[in-house]
Ligand binder design. Structure first.
Ligand code: PLP
Ligand code: COI
Length: 339
């Protein structure tokens, strides 16, 4: 057994028992391998180290009210990793292999799935890297896939509490025909500078605008954005936004709750008209936005009193977590039980 303080977990790496690996060479994937080794040995001229030929995923397993452990929408993450692989010219991992790797990581680390009462979860990090050795900028026909996991608490300190967000045009996250729509490590590299600046200024997150005109909302840090008004769930549409699986689930839940769902370009001026706003993602779940500050215009938009979670955000959060923690029927077939 481990001595983890489940109630005070942050979003950090903690060692577990086993991680899973597979290798692609000569046109075929190896069998999955299981190891307790936390290190990867690689040649210094490996492609992923130099040219960012890397993509990853993030998903969670939850210990439910009934004691059962459930993975959330693992097939969606598998498909998204395939789309990342296609754009980075890396070998695609078969979906069944992705699901098996995730399933086994949870199963073999089952004691690291936090207890139900803690409100924490087990975060899985599948990673695909180009492992061809060379110094030319070209596709890697050799690759490694691995999945490790770590018990995690809330992504933002303080849990489900409204966050402060800054609009700062100092850095664009992704270009329209770039890699914003896949989960490539390079996208995060191009958000570090603005993210660090925001943290120094006391903000949890940067709201990224479209790179062409800086007119439309794209992402909220490492999460999608949504706004609520007039009985509508409104979320930005753009070729440089990562298609969030949490957002996709929230759109379904919002419709199920009787809200109208709109996926369309959202101009930055529209922020002031929302009744509620939030950031959504696997790590973030739903992080309601307390206020948004635009560093250029110095305009500050506050939602409600800036400190209380809005009713619609709360209802969506509860519906999502009720399915994840097995408190409600999984009527959309989103979870996979790990036995
Ligand atoms: N957008 C970005 C840039 C992200 O890094 C993430 C995190 O995964 C998301 C959105 C949310 O996606 P998902 O809900 O699939 O985790
Ligand atoms: C996730 O929500 O799974 C993410 O990938 C966000 C992350 C970069 C911490």
């Amino acid at each position: 057994m481990n001595n983890i303080d489940w109630k005070n977990l942050g979003f950090d790496y903690l060692p577990t028992n086993i991680n899973v690996r597979a290798y692609y060479k000569d046109g075929a994937w190896s069998e999955l391998e299981y190891t307790s080794d936390e290190y990867i040995k690689m040649h210094m001229a490996t492609t992923c180290l130099h040219y960012g030929l890397e993509a990853f995923e993030g998903l969670k397993a939850f210990r439910g009210v009934d004691g059962k452990v459930r993975l959330f929408r693992v097939d969606e993450n598998g498909r998204r990793l395939q789309s990342s692989a296609r754009k980075l010219c890396l070998p695609e991992l078969p979906l069944d292999m992705f699901v098996k790797a995730c399933y086994e990581v949870v199963k073999q680390n089952i004691d690291f799935v936090p207890p139900y009462e803690s409100g924490a979860s087990l975060y899985l990090r599948p990673v695909l890297i180009g492992t061809k050795v060379g110094i030319g900028v070209k596709a890697s026909h050799e690759a490694m896939f691995f999945v490790f996991c770590s018990p995690v608490g809330p992504y933002f300190k303080g849990g489900m509490k409204p966050i402060k967000v800054i609009i700062d045009r100092v850095q664009d996250r992704a270009a329209p025909r770039g890699t914003g729509d896949i989960k490539a490590g390079g996208n995060y590299a191009s958000s570090i500078f603005s993210g660090e600046k925001a943290h120094t200024m006391g903000y949890s997150n940067v709201m990224y605008l479209d790179a062409t005109e800086h007119k439309y909302i794209e992402e909220c840090g490492a999460a999608n954005f949504f706004g609520i008004k007039d009985g509508k769930y409104i979320t930005p549409k753009s070729p440089s936004i990562l298609p969030s699986i949490t957002n996709k689930s929230l759109r379904t839940l919002a419709e199920d709750m009787g809200l109208i769902v709109e996926e369309r370009p959202v101009p930055v001026e529209e922020l002031a008209s929302f009744e509620e706003a939030g950031a959504c993602g696997t790590a973030a779940v739903i992080s309601p936005i307390g206020y948004v500050f635009d560093i250029d215009t110095e305009e500050k938009i506050t939602y409600g009193d800036g400190q209380t979670v809005g009713a619609t955000c709360k209802a969506l959060y509860d519906r999502l977590q009720d399915i994840q923690y097995g408190r409600a029927e999984d009527k959309f077939g989103w979870t996979l039980e790990v036995e």
